[in-house]
Design a protein around this ligand. Structure first.
Ligand code: FES
Ligand SMILES: [Fe+2]
Length: 405
């Protein structure tokens, strides 16, 4: 599952500047983490997207407005904190996390199995209430500082040693709630004031717009089992990674020869929605390569502006979260899910992951090369290939609008 918070510039700035991410406390991440470390040697200016003209692309850093700083790059990016269904499958299951300066606690209540979310902050003296994730032994959270105790619904059940206190009503000191909803395999947190709609279909529409049904109908659902996480630190601006994803398969025959043999590249199509683009492609009918089983008869790749991807192919789904770590560095978190009947097929899983890993390495090499190219004095502006790079152009248009605001 996934946590999503809507845009909150103050929070995002903070998160963007938070370079040391090694203290994250997701046990699944610890268990499966794969880090590709690079030396981060300089602080070049962000190659910005200062202007999106029809059919011209990728202004280089030579066109950089000095006002476009590294921090503004972070401001554009929604905050995500990927989590998994398994973590709150049962009553009293919970997980905690941080989105910018918002410490949150998500749990499943015993009453009706309702998913609840709160600020993970004790109302006494602001201690963090819970930490990590797991299942509570009892139906409450006890503050580790002075023992104030809260129910799974956030109510203050017990305030210790408050005899003599005046003007105090326990009803005024429950945990501060956060808006939470689930959609398919994801849990969404909304840090804006507005609450989520009640119906899951409406939640999907709010998050994904008119394509939410398409994702549901193409197997992005809660039946999938989490397999593992891979984390890649890449020496490129976060937008370079997104651009690479959004070129309509343009680079596939040149840079991913193994993958190309598993796809019918002439069937590649791109559909643009409000803030989502979906690229799709049929699997190859030839039986020449191993990737065919992994990719199935159809693959689709959904980009959810500005930095989240959902990929569904064969029995697999993976999600990619792109986090800016600096003007020329980002981190990409891959979470892999599989259809439940294959979740114990270790051989197939390992085989697929090896193939996927190869594709990621090929993409990383491309992205890091593009980053260096953008910094070169030779590059000023590129061109869009109109037949294939529609999703990239859509991304740039949204980004341009965002930068203008
Ligand atoms: S801060 Fe939680 S009980 Fe004092
Ligand atoms: Fe690629």
């Amino acid at each position: 599952m996934m946590i999503l918070a809507k845009l909150n510039p103050a929070i995002i700035n903070h998160r963007f500047l938070e370079h040391n991410r090694k203290d994250q406390t997701n046990p699944l991440q610890q268990k499966h983490q794969y880090h590709r470390q690079h030396t981060y040697k300089t602080t070049e200016r962000l190659p910005p997207l200062v202007k999106v003209a029809v059919n011209s692309s990728s202004p280089s850093n030579r066109q950089a407005s000095s006002s476009v700083s590294a921090a503004s790059c972070g401001e554009l990016v929604d905050e995500f904190d990927p989590r998994y269904a398994d973590q709150i499958k049962n009553p009293r299951d919970f997980f905690t996390g941080r989105l910018g300066n918002v410490e949150y606690l998500v749990c499943r209540d015993e009453v009706g199995g309702k998913v609840r979310a709160f600020h993970n902050v004790c109302r006494h003296h602001a201690s963090l209430l819970a930490s990590g994730s797991g299942q509570q032994q009892s139906s409450c959270f006890v503050c580790p500082y002075h023992g104030w105790t809260y129910g799974l619904d956030g109510a203050l059940l017990r305030a210790t040693r408050i005899a003599g206190i005046q003007n105090f009503d326990v009803n005024d000191f429950g945990l501060v709630p956060l808006n939470v909803a689930t959609w398919g395999p994801f849990v969404l947190l909304n840090l804006d004031k507005d609450s989520f709609p009640q119906q899951e279909t409406e939640v999907g529409k709010e998050w994904l717009g008119s394509c939410s049904e398409i994702l549901s109908n193409n197997g992005v659902d809660s039946s999938l089992s989490f397999v593992c996480r891979r984390v890649y630190d890449i020496e490129c601006n976060w937008k370079v990674f997104c651009d690479n994803y959004l070129d309509g398969g343009y680079h596939v025959p040149y840079a991913h020869k193994g993958l190309a043999s598993g796809l019918k590249l002439n069937s590649y199509s791109t559909t643009i929605y409000e803030k989502v683009s979906i690229q799709s492609c049929q699997g190859s009918s030839s039986d020449s390569k191993d990737d065919i089983d992994r990719l199935g008869s159809k693959a689709f790749y959904a980009f959810i502006y500005p930095n989240f991807m959902v990929n569904r192919y064969g029995p697999w789904m993976d999600t990619n979260l792109v986090l800016p770590l600096g003007p020329r560095k980002c981190q990409v978190i891959f979470d892999y899910f599989i259809e439940p009947e294959l979740k114990d097929d270790e051989a197939f899983i390992n085989h697929s992951l090896v193939h996927s890993e190869r594709v990621q390495m090929e993409d990383i090499e491309l992205c890091e090369g593009v980053q260096r190219g953008l910094e070169s004095p030779a590059y000023r502006i590129g061109r869009y290939a109109p037949m294939v790079e529609n999703a990239m152009h859509h991304f740039h248009q949204l980004l341009h609008g965002h930068l203008q605001n």
